[in-house]
Design a protein around this ligand. Structure first.
Ligand code: ZN
Length: 457
């Protein structure tokens, strides 16, 4: 049986797979820093060459930004075609002094591989590539057809991949997408994400006097944009966490009762979560919902920064001429980002103060996504995860957004299987990012089984 042969091969080649992943992790492919653009090319070429060495047709697609690596293996007649997605770019490493070992010198400690990009997302990308190797080196064929789309701008806007997907719907035609850029629920408990929150990221600009003024000379008569923004922010969400924008909750569709019930059985300990992950004195949020429901199934609104005025040490009595507030909203099915932005904008303008000119801009938006949890794809993935981890997969959701999933749904009409290998404490985007080796190897095995379940032996 080719699946069994592939699993045996993967087990025998764990050390080689780890060394190969380390090579990719040594390339500092930080997409947001211009001085690393050469490293982006190096990483893309390495992935492209790796696919070619396995017999996959692969090429580098240039665009207005960092390249996309595209590949195809389409020789499994009458079996489904899966579009694989991952990203080879990584986040910056600051603050560098908090790393125990350098971010681009991959190091194994206590069963974990530490390096920038280990979990997000190079380690996850390589689970798919290594699964391909395991099949092609043992039976010269794959049980399904595969298309590969590995981008270099996931952490930097993703313009190149978006343009490519929109321009080539025929080339990218597939039956389902598989994204490896997510996580397990906890150690030993695999998860399939069946919903992702969307978001709308805005900035509210407030302008008062023509220039900064002294509060001794003008305080009491000059409009203050920061005070005005404070009033606006206070009018968007109440102290309990309910969003007070009229109509905001109208289209919210909660998950089915059985999904919500299954979340209650999850090993989620509120006290541990509060202590180890949040580190505050208490959790906040909408009354009447559990923390998981608030993160996975309810929309929210947060202020991220308020540029303006004097923020240095000590005192300076300035009334700023202008200021702004960066505010975003996480959306859930079936909220529409365009509609939400309009509701937000009307509410902000309604909350304006005398003498203050307001301008409400949208930086970005992404639709929330739901994946049908009873499809053949999810069934095949659940079986693969159960066989690998000896534990049923949690049908969870993610509080975050993965823009590519919304893009696949919209531009290619594709459902996505979100099967990922990170853990909540992997320190994504932070110092000491890691990937647990059990998850790396389990990810390869699960992927081998998933394709095997969908294809022909
Ligand atoms: Zn990622």
């Amino acid at each position: 049986m080719s699946t069994n042969d592939a699993l045996v091969y993967a087990r025998d080649h764990r050390d080689a797979f780890l060394e190969d992943l380390k090579e990719l992790l040594r390339i500092p492919s930080i997409s947001t820093l211009p001085e690393h653009s050469g490293d982006m090319i190096t990483a893309a070429r390495r992935l492209c060459e790796r696919l070619r060495s396995l017999g996959v047709t692969a090429e580098i697609i240039e665009g207005d930004g960092h390249p996309v690596v595209y590949g195809e293996w389409l020789k499994a007649e009458e079996t489904p075609t899966i579009l694989l997605y991952g990203h080879y770019d990584v986040q910056p490493v600051d603050p560098i002094e908090l790393w125990t070992t350098p971010p681009f010198e991959p190091t194994v400690r206590d069963g974990n591989l530490y390096a920038r990009g280990a979990a997000d997302d190079k380690g996850q990308v390589m689970t798919m590539v290594d699964a391909v190797e395991s099949y092609l080196r043992t039976s010269s064929r794959l049980p399904v057809n595969l298309k590969f789309l590995f981008e270099g701008e996931e952490e930097a806007g993703g313009a190149v991949v978006e343009a490519y997907v929109r321009a080539h719907p025929d080339r990218l035609r597939a039956d389902v997408a598989q994204v490896a850029d997510s996580g397990m629920f906890a150690r030993g408990i695999p998860m399939l994400e069946t919903g992702l929150r969307g978001n709308v990221y805005t900035e509210v600009y407030a302008r008062g006097a023509a220039q900064d003024l002294h509060s001794g000379l003008y305080g009491g008569v000059a409009p203050n944009p920061l005070n005005a923004l404070g009033h606006i922010i206070a009018g968007l969400k109440d102290r309990e966490g309910r969003i007070t924008i009229p109509g905001f909750y109208d289209d919210v569709q909660m998950p089915e009762a059985d999904v919500l019930r299954s979340w209650q059985d999850l090993p989620f300990d509120e006290a541990t979560f509060l202590r180890d992950e949040v580190g505050a004195s208490q959790l906040t949020g909408e009354p009447g919902y559990t923390p998981l429901e608030r993160i996975w199934a309810r929309p929210t609104l947060d202020v991220h920064g308020i540029p303006g005025g004097f923020t240095g040490k000590g005192a300076k009595t300035v009334i700023p001429g202008e200021a702004s507030a960066k505010i975003s909203m996480r959306l859930v099915p079936n909220q529409n980002p365009d509609k939400i932005f309009e509701l937000f904008k009307s509410r902000v303008l309604e909350l304006g103060s005398p003498g203050i000119q307001l301008d409400v801009q949208q930086h970005s938006a992404g639709r929330p996504v739901v994946v049908a949890s009873d499809s053949r794809w999810i069934r095949a993935a659940r079986q693969a995860l159960r066989d690998t981890f000896s534990h049923d997969a949690v049908l969870g959701r993610s509080g975050g957004s993965i823009p590519i999933v919304a893009l696949f749904a919209e531009a290619l009409r594709l459902d996505t299987v979100l099967m990922g290998w990170g853990l909540p404490d992997d320190n994504l985007h932070a110092p000491n990012e890691k990937l647990t080796l059990d998850n790396f190897y389990g990810g390869i095995d699960s992927t081998i089984r998933f394709w095997g379940n969908l294809g022909k032996e």
